[in-house]
Design a protein around this ligand. Sequence first.
Ligand SMILES: C[S@@+](CC[C@H](N)C(=O)[O-])C[C@H]1O[C@@H](n2cnc3c(N)ncnc32)[C@H](O)[C@@H]1O
Length: 213
Amino acid sequence: MYTNLKNSVLVTALEELVGTIESDACSILASGKVVGEGIDYHKSYGFVPFNVTSFIETMVAVVRHIRKQGCNPWDFTFLDAGCGIGTKLILAESMGFPAIGLEIDQKMIRRAKRQYGIRSLKVSKGRIFRSARTPVIVNQDVLKHHYDHYGVIFFYCPFRNDELESEFEQRVYEQMLPGSYVIPRMHQSELPQSIKPIDNRSRVYWKPKRRRS
Ligand SMILES: C[S@@+](CC[C@H](N)C(=O)[O-])C[C@H]1O[C@@H](n2cnc3c(N)ncnc32)[C@H](O)[C@@H]1O
């Protein structure tokens, strides 16, 4: 079903539809008519969406790896840390993952609600557990979050500031569970020894579970 994604009519249609929605949200930001709410642009990037086709291809590699381990996507909660208007949550959910987004900019969260009907929670720090099937966005700083209960963690440049980006990435790598995956698009800091690529193509990494001796 997912072979030859680039030529698939469905993916092209999806790319166009999502592209319109996302570029509209970006142009509002860029035009200066709406500035973000609760975001410091000296430290963070605003909403710049990651390419949809590449995202789907990457998630297909994750699903294949999960299935090879004899598991099911439903048992792996997907997180987009800095999720913007939440498109990647909708896509991950459609592939069978419970999905959570973190977003600091309240204007993006309101847009996610309007555009996709995604619910939001306000939590200042800590963990959020999810069992229902609909995605949710949490209005929380990615630097204050705990990453020890997710199955798949995705992020795409939340920070403009290199030190903050490294601090955030190291927090994710240290806290993520053995057996979980990370998709660090455009990552800045070095990956620790405990994090390995799942293959030599997809830029997906995981923290393998330690074998009992
Ligand atoms: C480059 S965009 C990526 C959007 C989305 N992940 C995607 O790939 O389509 C980065 C997002 O991170 C959010 N962000 C930046 N700093 C953040 C922080 N400290 N905590 C939570 N979200 C943050 C921004 O508001 C923006 O929506």
